[in-house]
Design a protein around this ligand. Structure first.
Ligand SMILES: [Zn+2]
Length: 420
């Protein structure tokens, strides 16, 4: 236990130092870690042995990061279709592993198996992000989640105290805990933060003032960002990750984009800087069920300019969410949520919105406005019509609430067409 705590501290310290390492040093560490991980995966994990044999790839073919694209890409479907014994290393009993499941909101869930080393690595990866944003060991955290986490070693000694509340409980009860515990840090998915802020407004309370609010798991819509900032008194920090890989990209306080935790993850964007491309990611610290060159299904844009904050980590200028969360028009052009935000973000009255593609050119915009302020609806509609290609038929409706299923990611752009 003591050893586990010490190892976690050491991992966090190294991770924080790596934010300012010269690019060459980061690259060397990534290469060394990946080399070991490839040899481990090929030698011990049946799925990788098959995948790499099929492609004629051997771990020794990887000499430097210049060879990265010679490593076969792991597709989500392949991982889902494999038996538990095929995805974990020899000698590991999947039934004795900790597990996490993806939400499966766009298909069947995927189960990830974690050993004690992986769990420690994931904790360090998560904490590093908090520390990058001014976290202190004495800070109390309130976390809103579907599954409540365990108390672990250092928390038994009063360090980093944490309260968990269930996403299934009514948001008013979260507010009650917020008032009772006065946390310095609040961590939740963007949808839960939105609900928390709304509940604070409904109860007519003053902002409770946590120092740090972390939003993860879902796209943090600018409308949610504004509402949370207004009602909790702190602008949320957007953190990106996947259940499969832990959190690995986080917003910089200079708002230059998202820094990638390059000491723990290798993130590739298959497009030139400034253009959205598929995100391929590798978790360098997961050994029980390695995830190497995984096609995340998400799209992001690279930033080639350095960040004024001085961190040398790679930067993602923009995250577009999942590739499936796009409107694909019949001519093949794609519209992602940032496109809609460019227009809708001008209207501070908008509390929430989402766009549904009913078929081909027919789009429906659903908006949530405060009671009695549907005034700008006609202007919103006119502005969006002007921005959209002429053939698009737009319908706008004001609704009371955007429906959300607890535990599922909220989606701002949804296509209901099977084919564009
Ligand atoms: Zn920065």
């Amino acid at each position: 236990m003591l050893l586990d705590g010490w190892k976690t501290f050491r991992l966090i310290r190294t991770a924080l130092a790596s934010s300012h390492w010269p690019a060459q040093q980061l690259r060397r560490v990534q290469e060394e870690q990946l080399r070991k991980l490839l040899a481990h995966a090929y030698g011990n994990v049946p799925l990788y042995r098959t995948l790499y044999d099929e492609a004629g790839f051997r771990p020794e073919h990887f000499r430097s990061l210049d060879d990265l694209d010679t490593i076969p890409i792991l597709q989500k479907q392949r991982l889902k279709a494999a038996h538990p014994e095929e995805v974990v290393a020899h000698g590991v009993d999947p039934r004795r592993c900790a597990t996490v499941d993806t939400s499966g909101s766009t298909g069947t869930p995927l189960r990830i198996y974690l050993g004690s080393h992986d769990l420690r690595w994931q904790r360090a990866v998560a904490w590093r992000i908090l520390f990058e944003h001014g976290f202190r060991w004495t800070d109390r955290t309130l976390e809103i989640r579907m599954t409540l986490g365990r108390r672990f070693f250092i928390q038994q000694f009063g360090l980093a105290p944490k309260e968990w509340v269930s996403i299934l409980d009514p948001p008013e009860s979260w507010v009650q805990r917020l008032v009772e515990t006065q946390p310095q840090v609040v961590v939740a998915g963007a949808g839960a933060l939105q609900a928390l802020a709304e509940a604070i407004a409904t109860l007519g309370l003053e902002p409770p003032g946590p120092r740090l609010v972390i939003s993860d798991s879902e796209t943090l819509a600018p409308t949610t960002r504004r509402l949370v900032h207004h009602l909790l008194g702190t602008e949320p920090v957007d953190v990106f990750g996947l259940v499969e890989l832990a959190n690995f990209a986080w917003e910089c306080e200079q708002h230059c984009g998202f820094h990638v935790s390059a000491d723990s993850h290798i993130v590739e964007i298959d497009a030139p800087p400034g253009e959205p491309g598929p995100m391929i990611a590798t978790a360098l610290g997961m050994w029980t069920m390695p995830i190497i060159r995984y096609d995340t299904g998400d799209l992001a844009e690279r930033e080639s300019r350095p960040c004024p904050c001085g961190r040398s980590l790679p930067i993602l200028r923009r995250l577009y969410g999942r590739a499936v969360d796009a409107i694909v028009l019949p001519d093949g052009s794609r519209l992602f949520w940032p496109f809609f935000h460019e227009v809708l973000g001008r209207y501070i009255e908008l509390q929430q919105w989402r766009v549904l593609q009913e078929e081909g050119h027919r789009l429906r915009l659903q908006v949530v406005m405060p009671t009695g302020s549907i005034g700008p609806l006609a202007r919103i509609e006119a502005d969006l019509r002007e921005a959209l290609p002429g053939e698009v038929v737009l319908q706008v409706e004001c609704i009371e609430k955007i429906p959300q299923v607890p535990g599922e990611k909220s989606r701002m752009v949804i296509s209901r067409c099977s084919t564009p």
